[in-house]
Design a protein around this ligand. Structure first.
Ligand code: ZN
Length: 388
């Protein structure tokens, strides 16, 4: 039931096409969910069949009805997040449903701690209301009937979802609320995110220890233990991703176009690649990028370093730079003066290997995406220079 940060990458596992729309919000379903839905239909169907002494097909039908209700509950929980976000003019890209939770993808982060807290807590609030309604239904319905059984399961699952999600650790909803509180307190969203994510890791660890203890005391089955381990693993990973993202975001101001743009060395169209590379090796400036000019001296293309490396050394005197170049129009442009955050957002909006850095009409240099990655995540292994 976590909400997605507005990360650049689409989360893996999301289907490419929505299965439908609710209030203009695209709804996606995870493929792995079908397997789990079938499993729950059979396991729960079998159990309810034995419990209420029903014929086989009816049991499975009840199982299926329960799965549909569960999905409906998850959808309403996520709509709680999505509609609250929309109310504060945060765009919603979509909702993905998984049987044991869903996630809402928004196009930007909440602008203030208050909005962050409201959007996070709206989901569990919906689950709490649903759980309350289902509880009222179980109390009103006659005992040991089908409707009573399904209402009871829905009450239990919604209340459990509401309770579990308000645990104060990222990536859970409660973790986002904790982050919002810390953010308001220390006025640093990234540090607040890191702290709330560490809290998430502590919660994951405590859940794991508790589950093992309950299993050894024979309070939970092996299936239950396996399920908790899956949840703990997901939590741990989600918390780790939040920490990584917060550390990266904190480094956004270090992305400075003026200092990071690699200088250009222009050669006329038709120059052999070997000759162009010789001129570059004699250029005293570091990390020079080769570019191609037309007869009027206008920059028309950038040499693609990967394509240039692929040309065997003995062929380079006979290959024109043009043939291993990309047209300047095909390379996205970034104007000097953008802030670090604006640069990162532009890179996310238009992914490419390199960008021309412009000042007015002029191209003043080239930004390599690998250089930005090294600034944002300096500890990752360095890739050899000249290969990217
Ligand atoms: Zn949620």
């Amino acid at each position: 039931m976590e909400q997605q940060e507005s990360t650049p990458q689409r989360r893996p596992g999301r289907a490419a096409r929505p299965v439908g729309h609710v209030l203009r919000i695209p709804i996606y379903m995870n493929g792995s969910m079908l397997l789990l839905a079938a499993l729950v239909t059979v396991v729960y169907g079998n159990w309810v069949r034995a419990e209420l002494d029903l014929p086989d097909p009816v049991g499975y039908l009840v199982g299926l009805a329960f799965v549909v209700c569960l999905l409906g509950s998850v959808l309403l929980h996520e709509l709680g997040h999505a509609l609250t976000a929309r109310r504060y003019r945060i765009g919603v890209r979509g909702i993905t449903l998984e049987l044991l939770g869903g996630w809402t993808e928004m196009d930007r982060d909440a602008p203030t701690p208050k909005v962050d807290a409201l959007v996070s807590l709206a989901g569990p609030a919906v689950s709490l209301v649903l759980g309350g309604l289902a509880t009222a239904a179980t109390l009103a319905l006659p005992d040991r009937t089908l409707a009573d059984q399904v209402a009871f399961q829905l009450a239990a699952s919604n209340l459990l979802v509401a309770l579990f999600n308000v645990l104060p650790g990222l990536p859970l909803d409660g973790g986002r609320a904790l982050r919002a509180g810390l953010w308001a307190l220390i006025r640093d969203r990234n540090r607040a995110t890191e702290a709330a994510a560490w809290s998430g890791r502590i919660i994951a660890f405590v859940c794991l220890v508790a589950a093992i203890w309950l299993y050894r005391a024979e309070f939970v089955t092996l299936f239950g233990l396996a399920f908790v381990i899956l949840v703990v693993f997901t939590l741990w990973q989600g918390a780790g991703q939040s920490i990584r993202l917060a550390r990266m975001t904190r480094r956004f101001p270090l992305v400075d176009l003026a200092t990071m743009a690699r200088p250009l060395l222009t050669v006329p169209a038709g120059t052999p690649l070997g000759e162009a590379q010789r001129r570059r090796s004699e250029d005293p400036r570091p990390n020079v990028v080769l570019a191609v000019t037309d007869s009027a001296g206008n920059l028309t293309a950038l040499v693609d370093p990967v394509a240039a490396e692929r040309v065997p050394v003995d062929r380079r005197p006979w290959v024109a730079v043009d043939s291993v170049s990309r047209s300047r129009d095909a390379v996205p442009a970034l104007p000097l003066g953008l802030s670090g955050e604006q640069v990162v957002r532009a890179l996310q909006a238009q992914p490419a290997g390199q960008y021309v850095v412009t000042s007015g009409e002029d191209v003043v240099g080239v930004l390599r995406v690998g250089d930005v990655a090294e600034v944002l995540e300096p500890r990752r292994p360095r890739t050899p220079r000249g290969m990217k």
